[in-house]
Design a protein around this ligand. Structure first.
Ligand code: AMP
Length: 613
């Protein structure tokens, strides 16, 4: 039976959640034991696949068969993650130029397949709780996720049999959970410190529309690093007091890790806490009091590391901290009082923290689902396209159809033509980037428009349409309008882009701007020269009897001069010679037009000719 239920899903690096709208209130759906968070961990045990808490326990016993942090691998190539392999105990298949795969014993799985298992578990949880089938969802992703990473998230939905109606940026979802879409206008900073990642996003809201102005962060900084600091202290003290080094014992280290995390969390609400850890064999019984002050001194520098990304994001958005109207906290680690204090100092205002920071993104996804279901109609949600999108045109130049920072969804259309007579196939090369030449841009896809009826160069009218949907997924279609030949491609890049690469591409476009523009002008002048050379040669063969020997010699010499300049890099020389050839052929061109008109008169086809000239 069809139903209009759409759930909101936060598919997180460490934990995932599912939420729904209970009337007008978003609520997280707990599992049977009442737990809201589902650890984003999947274990491929011989007895069967397990997901969540049960899989998390397997991390200790079957680390090579247990996959966690799979979000870091979504839509990414081996090249992208090579530098991070030390963070993954499971095996990643080294395949160049392709999306990464994970090896689990004999089998290989893709990151979307692993995420699909997590989505499936959340779906099961929701169905059980709500007593109805769940088929549609809104899923959140980090604002900096590129096309490939968003597409991988959609694929995960497809594999799980869930229709993902919309992919929403996590900071946007957090704002929705706080109802900030109701503000007439404002600037919002979303500070998200989770277990292993830190993201800062600056958003602008105006008349219910959100726009991500800037993002920054650190993909390896979070609450887990706080645990690590306390673990190091405990392990050192055990060594000093008992002469026992637990480092080589994974089970004991895990006990220390859990003890450290629990003590850290208690210290968010208590000034002092008691730690008591015992280990099998009763050799070591470790206990001591730990104060919040002491904990803070252990992590102070880590908290401080979040400040610079905030300042950079503010600068990128062209704002001062004082211009930010609201600060929203997301992620479990923002419960730490020291973090809240630092955020307050940085932005000069008390951050919003009334909602559970672990749940706020899922709650916002449920609000978005509610909007999509037509329950709230007054609002539109928009984001921006982070890098320009376009196609390759003659001579290897990038022709932009959708510029960077265009609000999405967005459609753009442009007409192109062929450069060779009788061309029946056109190669379309879809590009992403800020540089003028194709070789400096990122190739997203190639496809062919085939079956164009043979026509002279310049006659076919090829309409290229770029459609970027609200999820940032790009569909490119090409159509030859005279024959209605069509082809299209949905862009799913072979491998992803890192945040740093996006930044590098933008920086380089500024750095090389002058050289790039010159290179582009040179290509364009060469294209023009080729066209003029072809046209002149044709005019000479058609119109030789019409002109004098001197005129003919002048045209030949200007033509030869242009041909030599065509193959140099001298733009000024090329332009100068183009101009002199155009000058030399002016008279001949006029004579040819007159002749054509006379012929048409003779054949009583004047209307047609006048129309064409
Ligand atoms: P998330 O990835 O958003 O689920 O955040 C998980 C991180 O938040 C982990 O490092 C947790 O230890 C941390 N965390 C959860 N509760 C607290 C708390 N009360 N105080 C400090 N950190 C916490």
């Amino acid at each position: 039976m069809a139903n209009d239920l759409i759930v909101g899903i936060d598919l997180g690096t460490t934990n995932s959640l599912v939420a729904y709208m209970d009337g007008d209130t978003p609520r997280v759906i707990p599992d049977r034991e009442g737990r809201n968070l589902l650890p984003s961990v999947v274990s491929f045990a011989a007895e069967g696949i397990v997901v969540g808490e049960a899989a998390k326990r397997q991390l200790l016993f079957r680390p090579e068969k247990t996959v966690y942090s799979v979000k870091r691998l979504m839509g990414r190539g081996y090249e992208d993650v090579k530098g991070e392999l030390r963070f993954f105990p499971f095996q990643i298949v080294p395949m160049e130029q392709e999306l990464v795969r994970i090896r689990i014993g004999e089998r290989e799985v893709t990151p979307p397949e692993v995420s699909a298992l997590i989505l499936n578990e959340l779906r099961r949880r929701a169905e059980e709780h709500l007593g109805q089938e769940v088929r549609r969802a809104v899923v959140t992703v980090p604002a900096y996720f590129n096309d490939s990473q968003r597409q991988a998230t959609r694929d995960a939905g497809k594999i799980a049999g869930l229709e993902i109606l919309r992919i929403v940026n996590e900071p946007t979802a957090a704002c929705l959970a706080y109802g900030l879409q109701k503000k007439k206008q404002g600037m919002i900073a979303v500070y998200d410190l989770g277990g292993g990642t830190f993201d800062i996003s600056i958003l602008k809201v105006k008349d219910g529309i959100f726009e991500v102005l800037a993002t920054n962060g650190n993909t390896h900084l979070g609450g887990d690093d706080f645990d690590q600091r306390l673990m190091e202290l405990i392990l050192r003290e055990i060594r000093e007091q008992f002469g026992v080094d637990l480092v080589g014992n994974p089970e004991a280290v895990q006990t220390v890790r859990l003890g450290a995390e629990q003590a850290k969390c208690r210290l968010s609400s208590e000034a002092v806490t008691e730690m008591a850890l015992s280990f099998p064999g009763d050799l070591v019984k470790y206990g001591r009091q730990l104060s919040r002050k002491e904990m803070e001194s252990l992590v102070e520098d880590l908290v401080e590391q979040t400040v610079a990304p905030c300042q950079t994001a503010l600068a990128d958005a062209g704002l001062d901290a004082a211009q930010v109207d609201e600060v929203v906290l997301v992620g479990g680690a923002t419960r730490t009082p020291l973090v809240r204090q630092r955020v307050r100092e940085l932005f000069g205002k008390v951050p919003r923290a009334e909602l559970d920071p672990d749940e706020v993104v899922a709650l916002g996804a449920a609000v978005q689902a509610h909007i999509l279901a037509g329950k709230i109609t007054e609002m539109l949600l928009l984001d921006v396209n982070p890098l320009s999108l376009g196609i390759e045109t003659l001579g290897g130049v990038m022709s932009v159809l959708i510029p960077r920072n265009t609000t999405i969804p967005h459609a753009a259309k442009e007409q192109f033509t062929t450069s060779v007579d009788g061309q029946t196939v056109v190669d379309l090369h879809v590009l992403q980037g800020e540089r003028e030449l194709v070789k400096d841009c990122r190739s997203l896809a190639r496809f062919e428009l085939r079956g164009i009826p043979p026509m002279p160069a310049g006659i076919p009218r090829i309409e290229v349409t770029f459609l970027i949907d609200a999820n940032g997924i790009l569909n490119v279609a090409a159509k030859e309008l005279r024959s209605v030949t069509e082809a299209s491609v949905e862009v799913k890049p072979s491998y992803g882009l890192t945040d740093a690469e996006v930044e590098r591409m933008i920086e380089e476009s500024v750095k090389f701007a002058e050289a790039d523009v010159r290179a582009r002008l040179l290509v364009e002048a060469r294209n023009e020269a080729d066209q003029v050379i072809r046209a002149t040669e044709k005019a000479l063969s058609d119109g030789a009897p019409l002109i004098s020997m001197e005129e003919m010699a002048a045209i030949h010499s200007a033509l030869a001069a242009l041909k030599t300049a065509r193959d140099t890099d001298d733009l000024d020389l090329l332009r100068e010679r183009l101009e002199s050839l155009n000058g030399a052929t002016k008279h001949l061109a006029q004579l040819l037009i007159d002749n054509a008109l006379k012929e048409a008169f003779a054949n009583k086809r004047i209307d047609e000719v006048v129309e064409r000239t």
